[in-house]
Design a protein around this ligand. Structure first.
Ligand code: THU
Length: 126
């Protein structure tokens, strides 16, 4: 259920290591076969050489055997709206489709659901 993805994104954001930006983000992926993977952003002293919450979640999915992304929830702990950055849109497109649902969250709930096709139209493909 989409509301569960919100709760998991909130928990993931609370695990963020983001002392440089002070912008904790959590992301949760649900695969087309129902598996769920969480991730948070992880920074380091060479900021901005950290990586995003979506990227962490994709890494967990790949290490668990891969899959196709059906839904994603993204939550910035200190923002009412946190959309996936440009690089993460491309990473999500690699393992999703134009129909992949992106749930945009605030601390309380999913505030909007859009598709990856809307977020990244005419995406680059090899
Ligand atoms: N960030 C994410 O984790 N996901 C996004 O889609 C947007 C940006 C992180 C990266 C960095 O650690 C912090 O937010 C500020 O840019």
């Amino acid at each position: 259920m989409a509301a569960d993805l919100h709760q998991l994104a909130l928990q993931a954001a609370k695990k963020s290591y983001s002392p440089y930006s002070k912008f904790p983000v959590g992301a949760v992926i649900k695969t087309t076969d129902g598996r769920i993977y969480s991730g948070c952003n992880i920074e380091n002293a060479a900021y901005p050489e950290g990586w995003c919450a979506e990227t962490s979640a994709i890494s967990h999915m790949i290490m668990d055997g891969g899959g196709e992304i059906a839904e994603v929830a993204v939550l910035g702990l200190k923002a009412d709206l946190c959309t996936p950055c440009g690089g993460c849109r491309q990473r999500l497109a690699e393992f999703g489709s134009e129909q992949t649902k992106i749930h945009l969250c605030d601390q309380e709930k999913i505030t909007d659901t859009i598709t990856l096709g809307e977020l990244l139209p005419k995406s680059f493909k090899l």
